[in-house]
Design a protein around this ligand. Sequence first.
Ligand SMILES: N[C@@H](CCC(=O)N[C@@H](CS)C(=O)NCC(=O)O)C(=O)O
Length: 213
Amino acid sequence: MLQVYLDPATINSRKVLAGLELLGMPYEIKHVNYFTGAHKQPDYLAINPNGRLPAAKDGDFALWESDAILQYAADLSGSDKHYPKDLRKRADVNRWLLWEVSAWQPSCYTFFIENAVKPLMGAPPDKALLEKEAPNWRQLAGILDARLAKSKWLAGEEVTIADIAVAAPMHVHKRQGLPLDEFPNLRRWMGEIEKLPCWRKTQGAVEAALQPH
Ligand SMILES: N[C@@H](CCC(=O)N[C@@H](CS)C(=O)NCC(=O)O)C(=O)O
C-alpha cells in the first residue's frame, strides 16, 4: 500500500489526499507535522531531501513532488477517467499540472502563508506582499475562469487529477482571502470541487490541522 508522508493542513498534502480518494487508491498516512518542522528532521529528509511536504513511498520506492505522486497513483490505479490515456487528453491534464506547480501554486501560496498560516502562529500577514501578488493572482485566475467557461471540469466533462491539483492551492480560499466572487466560472467550479466526496472526506483533517499552534 502507498504510504503518504504529509500534514493535511498544507496545500500539497491536501492535493495528494484528495487525489488518492478520487482515484480510489488505498493509502496509509504518516503524519509529518508541518507546524513543528518535522519535515526538516533527518528521518523525513531521507525520504524527501527538499524538506517539503508531501512525499510517498511504495515499498522501497520514494517519490516526492505532489503532482508526480498523483500521476504515479493514477497510473497505478489504471484510471482512464481521472487521468486519460488518450495522448491529447493526457497532455491537457499534464499542462494544467505543470501550470499549477509553476504559476498557480506559488501565487496562491502567498495568500495561504500570509492569511491562513501566519495568523495561526500569531504573526501578522505581510500586507505589502499580498498587495504585490494580487494582480498576478487575478491574471492567473482569469486564465482559469476563461477555461472553465467552456466545460464543467478543467479537461472536459470528467473530473481529473488536474482539477484536484489546481483546486488544492486554494483549498482554504476563505481563510486565504482569495476574491473568488470576481471569477464566476472559477467560483462555480470550486463549488463543484467542494461537493466531491474526495474533497469532503479530506476536509475534516484539514480543519483539524488548521487549529492555532
Ligand atoms: N512542488 C512541491 C512543493 C512542496 C511544498 O512547497 N510544500 C510545502 C507545503 S504545501 C512545504 O512543505 N513547505 C515547507 C518549506 O518550504 O519549508 C510539491 O508539489 O510537492
